[in-house]
Design a binder for this molecule. Structure first.
Ligand SMILES: [Zn+2]
Length: 284
């Protein structure tokens, strides 16, 4: 039955449906990104304007289209609605589309959808607040292992080993960094994120995830330095912060979570044979 949706004549129809489904889910991803750091329920109440509490009507809540139709403004108070919202809806839709072409319509694909959206939520919240929420990432690890029992693309052993190795490697890195510098270089959040990624990708590609995340992080850091200049980047850090070990200092030193999450999605969506032949990073 499901195979019909993957057959050549149906692929355009299925692909468009998957993209729309991804954008609708992206709308919910936006709700999660906004509400989780505020410790608010992600289910209730329905969305309203963050400025004037104007309840958003169903036709104002159509991904991307409503934003364009409303010209990026709330219909109640005319305050600007950030472009981030339609951007995240588009990104989520696009990633679902890629996942469909990688995995086909299957029960496996819905686990992958969940992984993608959870990583988008984790990356954006971490980027905005420097916090990683265990209630977002721990279920990802759990469902990653669960998926391995039904998925044709990963064994349960590789999933569990991936989770343990992902979390373990970063814990080890933190321990070594602390032993040498007496500073905590990374947050535990990064440990959670790489553990969750490992449960989905398996142990073989963990080195590639770390490589891709580090590469992305370094490129971003260089670009950010060039664009914002040293002074503006460091504007929020006072000399007192630098002298003490407080969080602001640490977070500005290493900023890894969003890049780990992005690298995890990239790795899961890259066909295995590419990782095998191009990168030689798949060990198992
Ligand atoms: Zn408003």
């Amino acid at each position: 039955m499901l195979q019909i949706l993957n057959s050549a004549p149906f692929v355009p129809f299925t692909a468009v449906s998957v993209f729309i489904f991804g954008m609708l889910t992206g709308s919910f991803v936006n709700v999660c990104i906004y509400r989780i750091p505020l410790e608010k329920s992600i289910i209730f109440p329905p969305s309203s304007c963050t400025e004037c509490d104007h309840r958003i009507k169903w036709y104002e809540n159509i991904p991307v289209l409503s934003w364009l139709f409303l010209k990026g403004k709330c219909s109640g108070c005319k305050k600007k609605i950030s472009m981030i919202y339609p951007f995240i809806e588009m990104t989520n839709g696009f990633l679902y589309l890629v996942a469909f072409f990688r995995f086909g319509i299957s029960s496996d694909l819905f686990f992958v959808f969940y992984f993608i959206s959870a990583m988008v939520v984790t990356a954006v919240i971490d980027f905005k607040t420097q916090y990683v929420y265990s209630k977002v990432v721990l279920p990802v690890a759990f469902l990653g292992v669960l998926r391995a029992f039904i998925s044709p693309s990963i064994t349960a052993l590789s999933s569990i080993a991936g989770m343990v190795a992902g979390a373990g490697l970063l814990l080890l890195a933190i321990a070594i960094f602390y032993a040498v510098t007496r500073k905590i270089g990374m947050g535990l959040g990064d440990v959670y994120i790489l553990g969750a990624i490992g449960a989905f990708t398996g142990i073989g590609v963990i080195p590639f995830v770390l490589f891709a995340a580090s590469f992305g992080g370094i490129v971003f850091f260089i670009i950010a330095k060039l664009v914002f200049k040293k002074r503006r980047l460091a504007k929020n850090i006072t000399q007192e912060d630098i002298n003490s070990d407080n969080e602001k200092d640490l977070d500005n030193a290493i900023y890894f979570g969003p890049f780990l999450a992005a690298a995890g999605v990239l790795t899961l969506l890259t066909p295995t044979y590419l990782l095998d032949t191009v990168f030689y990073f798949r060990l198992f």
